[in-house]
Structure formats: C-alpha cells, structure tokens
Design a protein around this ligand. Structure first.
Ligand code: HPA
Length: 268
C-alpha cells in the first residue's frame, strides 16, 4: 500500500478527494469530461491490472465535479476476469487512504423484479452476496476495520434520501431494490433468476458487492446505483447479450450522469 500511495501522491500532491465514484458501463464519459489528471492503473505500483486485456481502459481520474473533489475509477476490476477478491477491492482501500469518505458505486444489472423496465435506474437499498466468496476472507487488517463487520446498513439511509431528492428534482422515477451479485461471467439461467426473486432480489449483476463489503468494513459511506439494462433470463422470452447491456447503458447515460451530478451537489 505504501508504494501505491507514494506514487499516487506524486500526482495528487495536496488534492484530497472526499468522494469516490466507481463508473460502471456507459459512464466513462463523466471521467473524460471532468478529468484534471489521470493515472493509468498499470503505472501504479501494486495496483491490480491484467496484462493483455483487450480494450481495457483502466485509470484513476481525479477532478472537481459539481464543486466536489472526486476520484473516479474509469474501469473496474471484475472477479470473473480472473482477479482475486483482494485485487478487485484493492482500489477501495486506496481510496480510504486518500481520504475518501463517501463512495458512489454504479453498475449495470439485469431485471429480476417484473415491475421494473430496461433503462430504469435503481437505488440499491441492500444486497445479497451470491458470489460464493467474500473479499474479507483472510487475516483481518484491523487498521481498516473489525474481523466481523456489521452489515445491517451497507447503503447509507441518509444518503438514499439525498439520492431520492435528486431524482425528484430531475424528474427521474428512481426504483429501489436489492441487488444480488453472482460471480459471472455466464448470465443466469431462468431457474436461477426465479431463485433470486424468491430470495428477495430485484436486480442481478456481477460486481459492486465486493467493493461495498470492503468499503463498509473501513467505514466509507456507500451509495449504490444500478442501471437496469435488460430483463434477466426467463423474465422475457429474449436471449441475453452484452451488446444489449451496453446499448441500454449508453441510452441512459445522460440521465445517470445528471443524477450523479445532482447527488454530488447535495451530499453534505
Ligand atoms: N445478469 C447479470 N449481470 C448483468 C445482467 C444480467 O442480466 N445485465 C447486466 N449485468
């Protein structure tokens, strides 16, 4: 961690980000637009990156967005890409060390709750970790948090109120729901989606939960926002494909970006 921070601080100097944002599918432009400086992951000592992943845009982007000092992850590490859970969540601890107090985690997900529609935005109110592992497995580093962290309010209720208020101001009909994470990379079967619904999930995806667990462990407040890109398997008769996910995420990106900007203005 020390080498990582020493290197990053040669760029940031006295720039102390207070808010972190993990930019999911379709939201990369926010980072392009507000970038003051950026550091490619592969330049940062100890920072995870896999050599040779096609089209992998991975960098930490620093800037002032809506008057707030933020650090954005343009591109995230997914468990299904072969990163360890430690690698997937290493950037969260880096953000903690840089002074981040609030983390906005965004993603794209499939619809489990049949009353939701593709293109809707969902405020994550809670999650179900169905990845079959946990990023906190292993020796606990008590510098960050306790061995058995409480998880009864991972997604901060007072921040959800701020998100809802931002949604009302922008006339966006925000959904609320439980996000279930699987390891991926295969999409779910219809039987798995039926199980997810029975277990209380409203949306399903392949990210976010590891980062949320590690951020919660080290006392970072979390906002989770999901772009519902498609009906999950068996919810409609259509087959799933990544192009559809990207297409919907792209269609919604202006609305999603406006929401994030409004949230940034209103976070205390
Ligand atoms: N399932 C899992 N992850 C996803 C989906 C889905 O249907 N859509 C976008 N990410």
């Amino acid at each position: 961690m020390r080498y990582t921070l020493d290197y990053i601080k040669t760029y940031t100097e006295d720039f102390e980000p207070e808010i972190g944002i993990i930019l999911g599918s379709g939201l990369g432009e926010l980072a392009d637009k507000y970038q003051e400086f950026a550091i490619p992951y592969k330049q940062i000592p100890k920072f995870p990156h896999l050599a040779g992943v096609e089209g992998h845009k991975g960098q930490l982007v620093f800037g002032n967005v809506a008057g707030r000092k933020v650090v954005m992850m343009q591109g995230r590490m997914h468990y299904y890409e072969g990163y360890s859970m430690e690698q997937v969540t290493y950037p969260i601890r880096v953000m903690k060390e840089l002074g981040v107090k609030t983390l906005i985690i965004t993603n794209a997900s499939g619809i489990v709750n049949k009353s939701f529609r593709p293109g809707d935005l969902m405020v994550i109110t809670d999650h179900i970790n169905f990845m079959g592992t946990n990023p906190l497995i292993g020796r606990n580093n008590s510098k960050y948090g306790t061995r058995f962290p409480d998880m009864s309010e991972v997604y901060d209720k007072s921040l959800i109120k701020i998100v809802d208020a931002a949604g009302r101001l922008l006339n966006i009909n925000l959904r609320h729901g439980v996000y279930m994470a699987t390891s991926g990379p295969s999409y779910e079967t219809p039987a798995e989606i039926k199980m997810a619904r029975t277990m209380g999930a409203d949306a399903v995806g392949m990210s976010t939960v590891p980062e949320a667990i590690v951020a919660n462990h080290c006392g970072i407040k979390i906002i989770g926002l999901s772009c519902l890109t498609n009906y999950a398997a068996g919810v409609s008769s259509k087959k799933l494909n990544h192009e559809e996910v990207l297409r919907t995420a792209n269609e919604v990106k202006d609305k999603f970006t406006a929401l994030i900007m409004m949230i940034l203005q209103n976070i205390k």
